[in-house]
Design a binder for this molecule. Structure first.
Ligand code: NAD
Ligand code: UD1
Length: 331
């Protein structure tokens, strides 16, 4: 089966390409390389010893997208391509709505035109807003605090409406919790531009000495030790979740949380990193980060029940693999 992977040169997309190729799928990647590298796709080929096809295109460009659909017999689409920096989305809302929502519409339209019925979408736990934890798929979506989150909620609604009008179209909406870590080889991983916003890449850069110390954003939350709690998920577990979601896709819209169901605080993650890698991570407690919520984690039971999928790798493995990639392959 031929799967079109948009954003396949990026962090989660590249790991999913590995999982797809290993599961026997053929992969066509469409990526404009605004935040991905062709080099990463070469590493995917090296890791799997398999080939893939790459198109450097923007997936908001319907002519370029249609060209791919007309050249290849595509059986399914996994749509990762998107911009993901929350702060930047507040400054550049039009760029985010255009990139993240128009791309979903262009790809869905091409699917309908070419009779492609399988569509898997990268959504985010951010669509739950500040619902009560654990987040469960049946909850009403609450407004998110930023345009990035809105692009995910909008894309979910657009795809749901398309299914209502086209019952043969099958859509899986995957709501990721906090993806971290890297492929066990350490060859591919998360390579953020500039100073990282997210916790794990910040920690690995402190461990490497690129940054002096971690600022822990608040220790007065109502959590186990006062620091923020999140549901970190190993990127390879997430990648494998996509393959399983694709394998099980049937008509209609299916929503799944991809998380572990376990909350980990900032200080617990720092301790796990130190234990996994034997390296100290200096930190100081600073003010809360505006917009942060105290705690969120998944109710991960639906994916287990319906897909037979659960995350297998623990926080120690996440820290070990994130560090192996930072140590060996980052500048
Ligand atoms: P990433 O930036 O590493 O990968 C995204 C890829 O899409 C990049 O290679 C980029 O070049 C490409 N891209 C972006 N816009 C494009 C366009 N218009 N046309 C073609 N290619 C384009 O990000 P990631 O962490 O791998 O995230 C993948 C998806 O998962 C995104 O949609 C993101 O919003 C979603 N997501 C990510 C997280 C996370 O924490 N990483 C959490 C929840 C959801
Ligand atoms: C961020 C995004 C969210 C996205 C998620 C997925 C924001 C506001 N939200 O959320 O939309 O879906 O990533 O990866 O960017 N922390 C520190 N010091 C740091 C960095 C983080 O203490 O230098 C803390 C945070 O306060 C939080 C936890 O670590 O409690 C995790 O932060 P982060 O990795 O940025 O993820 P999210 O806050 O969940």
């Amino acid at each position: 089966m031929n799967i079109l992977v948009t954003g396949g040169a990026g962090y989660i997309g590249s790991h999913t390409c590995v999982a797809l190729l290993e599961a026997g799928y053929s992969v066509i990647v469409a990526d404009n390389l605004c935040n991905g590298k062709e080099e990463t796709l070469n590493k995917v080929k090296q890791l799997t010893n398999k080939d893939l096809t790459f198109y450097e295109i923007d997936v908001t460009d319907d002519i370029a997208v249609n060209t791919i659909f007309s050249k290849h017999e595509i059986d399914g689409v996994i749509h990762f391509a998107g911009l993901k920096a929350v702060g930047e989305s507040v400054e550049r809302p039009l760029t985010y709505y255009n990139n993240n929502v128009v791309s979903t519409m262009v790809l869905a339209k091409a699917c309908l035109t070419y009779g492609v019925n399988r569509f898997v979408f990268s959504s985010s736990a951010t669509v739950y807003g500040d619902n009560k934890v654990p987040f469960i798929e049946t909850m009403d979506l609450l407004p998110t605090t930023n345009p990035y989150g809105e692009t995910k909620a909008m894309s979910e609604r657009i795809l749901t409406d398309i299914v209502k009008a086209n019952p043969a179209f099958s859509v899986s909406l995957l709501r990721y919790f906090n993806p971290v870590g890297a492929h066990e080889s350490g060859l591919i991983g998360e390579a953020p531009n500039g100073i990282p916003n997210n916790l794990m890449p910040y920690v690995t850069q402190v461990a490497k000495g690129k940054l002096e110390k971690l600022s822990v954003f608040g220790n007065d939350y109502p959590t186990v030790d006062g620091t923020g709690v999140r549901d970190y998920i190993h990127v390879m577990d997430l990648a494998e979740g996509h393959v399983v979601a694709l394998d099980h896709l049937t008509e209609g819209v299916h929503v799944y949380n991809l998380g572990t169901g376990q909350g980990t605080s900032v200080l617990e993650l720092v301790n796990a990193f130190e234990e996994a890698n034997g390296i100290k991570v200096p930190y100081e407690i600073v003010e809360r980060r505006p917009g942060d919520i105290a705690s969120f984690y998944a109710d991960a039971s639906k994916a287990k029940r319906e897909l037979g999928w659960t995350a297998k790798r623990d926080v120690i493995a996440m820290c070990r693999d994130a560090w192996r990639f930072e140590k060996n392959y980052m500048e």
